[in-house]
Design a protein around this ligand. Structure first.
Ligand SMILES: Nc1ncnc2c1ncn2[C@@H]1O[C@H](COP(=O)(O)OP(=O)(O)OP(=O)(O)O)[C@@H](O)[C@H]1O
Length: 424
């Protein structure tokens, strides 16, 4: 009798993906709404990163549209230098993103430990990340939050862009909403004259400068000081700059940190900017043809024996978490849902990369975007029957069949990203 309660719940791998499909392993990170931990798929034995977001907290912080937007954007993306989505699902408490696992830690972690990184290492990351940024822009996706915290290394040392929480589909029309982490924001965001995809190239320039020199190019003690510095201060080099960076390297940094988006490196339309960047003498020793297939040996290999993340997350989970993550069968009674909870329920749809083709939720590229791992038979029932379902944003804008390109998200929530650290 007593044995019945201990019998493991049988797992239906043919059904929709749930937390029961995974073995929960160690905690590796903490985000604004939830945690990140290593998981293993019980059937394939593959390891992944599970990012889970508490739904109640998300509703309280008015972040439902961002989470839905991130889920939708991630389905469109599949690139060697992006932390790609593999599965998505929800239970009564959490929304789950199952992502490529990056065991090498984030670049903020390494920067804090090393003080600065070797120019050759940074060049390698800039090459990989430019390829990711170019891919996103070709697909009309702006990241808007490129910073060392959002660049993760795999165990071999390849750089990957993550966190599409404030990512956005863009069109010809310029955006006005102030979003991102202030220290990495392009001047055109702060001057509120309207901006577009070029802002990601600026942020890449700030990251590269910070990684090479161990300090940011523009600084200020207050928001106003930082805004002034980003929009007006001439670009200065540290006194020992020549010891840390070659002349071609400085040319690329200067090119990325050009205040004029039209002149900025990487920004010429139709991929011309990216081609120009690839041809720059700084990248002479980068073999662009084999870069994306990850055939090259990265110049910095993270220490595989040590944890490349803050181990306090794990301790916190063990000692302080009063509601540890556990797979539970759903019993949601949708009648009592608030509109936000219902929105999350309906729009954070399941995704399984083994069974489904990636496709766009956004009208201008609603066609299937990748057939790499898909089998046509496995479409899950939770997938909406039309490519774009309405997504109501905080500012009341409804993203539907026509308006996504023109919509900007009210980023009032994103001041959480402008932490003290960002002003220094
Ligand atoms: N795919 C991954 N593989 C390994 N570790 C990861 C992965 N994704 C995130 N992490 C770790 O977990 C930490 C928190 O990630 P998460 O994306 O939740 O935080 P965040 O940047 O605050 O996100 P958000 O802004 O969405 O709250 C990261 O700093 C990183 O160290």
């Amino acid at each position: 009798m007593g044995g019945v309660c201990c019998r493991p719940t049988p797992v239906d791998f043919d059904g929709e993906v749930t937390l029961f499909h995974f073995v929960l392993l160690r905690c590796v990170g903490k985000g604004a709404f939830g945690k990140v931990r290593v998981v293993q798929h019980k059937q394939t034995r593959e390891l992944y990163a599970l990012k889970y977001i508490n739904k109640a907290k998300c509703v309280k912080m008015k972040a439902v549209p961002n989470v839905v937007q991130e889920r939708r954007l991630l389905e469109e993306i599949d690139h060697p230098f992006v932390v790609n989505l593999r599965y998505a699902f929800q239970d009564d408490e959490n929304c789950f993103f199952v992502l490529d696992l990056m065991l090498g830690g984030d670049l903020r972690f390494h920067l804090e430990r090393l003080g600065s990184l070797d120019e050759e290492v940074v060049k390698f990351y800039v090459a990989q990340l430019s390829s990711a940024v170019q891919f996103l822009h070709e697909n009309n996706i702006m990241h808007r939050d490129l910073k060392p915290d959002n660049i993760l290394l795999d165990e071999r040392g390849n750089a990957h862009l993550t966190d599409f929480n404030i990512g956005l589909k863009f069109s010809e029309r310029k955006l006005m909403g102030v979003a991102g982490s202030m220290a990495y924001m392009a001047p055109e965001i702060l001057t509120k004259r309207g901006y577009s995809y070029q802002i990601d190239w600026w942020s890449l320039g700030v990251c590269a400068y910070e990684l090479i020199f161990g300090r940011r190019p523009f600084r200020g003690r207050t928001n106003n000081d930082l805004t002034y510095s980003i929009t007006k201060d001439p670009l200065k080099w540290p006194e020992d700059a020549e010891k840390k960076c070659s002349r071609p390297g400085m040319q690329v940094l200067k090119g990325l940190l050009n205040r004029d988006p039209a002149q900025r490196f990487g920004c010429k339309p139709h991929g011309e900017g990216f081609q120009e960047l690839r041809r720059h003498p700084w990248f002479q020793n980068i073999d662009w043809d084999t870069l994306e297939s990850k055939e090259q040996t990265p110049p910095f290999i993270p220490d595989g024996k040590k944890a490349n993340f803050d181990a306090s997350h794990e301790l916190e989970e063990l000692l302080l978490e009063d509601n540890p993550l556990k797979a539970k069968t759903r019993k949601a009674n949708q009648e009592n849902f608030s509109p936000e909870m219902r929105q999350m329920e309906e729009q954070f749809t399941s995704y399984d990369f083994k069974k489904m083709q990636r496709r766009s939720y956004f009208p201008q590229n609603a066609q299937l975007i990748s057939t790499a791992t898909a089998t046509s038979s496995g479409m899950a029932s939770s997938r909406p029957s039309t490519p774009a379902t309405d997504l109501r944003l905080e500012n009341g804008v409804v993203i539907n069949g026509n308006s996504i390109h023109d919509a900007d998200i009210d980023m009032s929530r994103t001041d959480r990203m402008m932490t003290e650290k960002d002003y220094q």
